[in-house]
Design a protein around this ligand. Sequence first.
Ligand SMILES: Cc1cc2nc3c(=O)[nH]c(=O)nc-3n(C[C@H](O)[C@H](O)[C@H](O)COP(=O)(O)OP(=O)(O)OC[C@H]3O[C@@H](n4cnc5c(N)ncnc54)[C@H](O)[C@@H]3O)c2cc1C
Length: 404
Amino acid sequence: MISTDSSVTSQLPIKVDVLIVGGGMAGLSTAYYLSQYAHLKTVLLEAKRIGHSHCSSSGEERMYRRMYSSEYLSYLQEKSLQEWRSIEVKHNCQLLRSNGLLFYGDVWGEETIEGSILGAKRVMEQKNIPFEEVDATAMATRWAMKPHKDFIGLYEMSAGMVWAHKALQLFYQEALAQGVTFYQEEAVDRIIVSSPNQIIVKSTKGRLFAPNKIVLAASAWTNELLAHFQQNLELEIWSMLWGYYQVEKGEIEHFPQWFCFQKANPNTGDGGLYYGFPCHDLDSGLIKVGIDWCPPKYRTRTMADFRREPDPKLAQFLDRFLRKNWRGIDKCVSLQCCPYTMTKDTLFVLDRLPQFPQVTIFTGGSGQAFKFAPILGKLLSELVLEQELSVDITPFNIQRVQLN
Ligand SMILES: Cc1cc2nc3c(=O)[nH]c(=O)nc-3n(C[C@H](O)[C@H](O)[C@H](O)COP(=O)(O)OP(=O)(O)OC[C@H]3O[C@@H](n4cnc5c(N)ncnc54)[C@H](O)[C@@H]3O)c2cc1C
């Protein structure tokens, strides 16, 4: 496509080594790793503000776990935890909180978007990851729970949470300090591909860039950018409800980090998957909770159609679930919706564009990418720099059938 835009032809583009598009988890972790190469001129464009409330990376915390049904993802988490810990040491900060994670609920022989209790048990046994098995009575004794008598639980004591907002800020501050240039509230407006070897990027503020390499880390907005390369991926954007509840003082210390698996009920529309975090600030008495399914009517192809307002019916499902299954639940304090960018197989896209190897892409976080932030940033930087990869990323291949 040859540009006929006179603003593009009349200006001299700024030459950069790497242009990163998107300042969420993936873009910032890539900026952090690339900033360690002092000779590189790296620029990051973020359409809004870093960590803004409409992106997938917003909020205080995210779960991490090796308790996966996929041995590969469990291994990837191990690699990522090594990176998280060396970042903590290097910058003398705490980004992980190892407070354990309880997987509990029904067992019905199917995998959900978060895996399954049996699958997680199998992988933990294979990999010698320590865990405890707990029945309904033990759960009700240990935590503020009212589990169904047939529910079973697995407790991975070394799992926990990532301080997500703090991690984004650290990636941003460190990359900035090492010389990465950030333009916030400045989106990629056009990508002009005049030949496979010549790509010019125009921002919404009219700046032109001639990058040697591009990293597309735009998550739910990916297909708008790929359209400039005449490409499209099979991605769905799910509107995911989460929020904060007040908990009674007597029970607040008895909330673990948890994920509940239940079979979806097509008659009521209840998708069955719920999660929650422990209280971080006992004075506030607040816990973060959420629903981990999205009804088909709120699955869209673009962010233009994204459902931002919490659906009262989904809010009611969450409320009913919490009151039925947990003790001490008081009032709902806030609710909001953020996007999951879903692939059909819930695996990420992490690759180079086949016809444009100078363009590296990450998308399809599928509600589970944050815990992998450092290893993803490292892998993206290795792809950009054409280095040997730290981990085999074949499962994230962009040409797999599930994406086309
Ligand atoms: C409610 C919720 C709970 C989650 N829980 C967990 C969890 O417990 N554990 C876990 O590991 N993961 C979890 N995840 C998933 C994880 O947070 C996401 O997979 C991850 O944050 C995705 O990061 P990203 O950088 O790909 O996308 P984003 O954070 O969405 O970043 C993309 C950025 O690109 C920018 N952008 C878009 N278009 C342009 C453009 N044209 N020009 C410039 N910039 C542009 C956007 O503004 C945005 O800031 C959860 C996600 C959600 C929503």
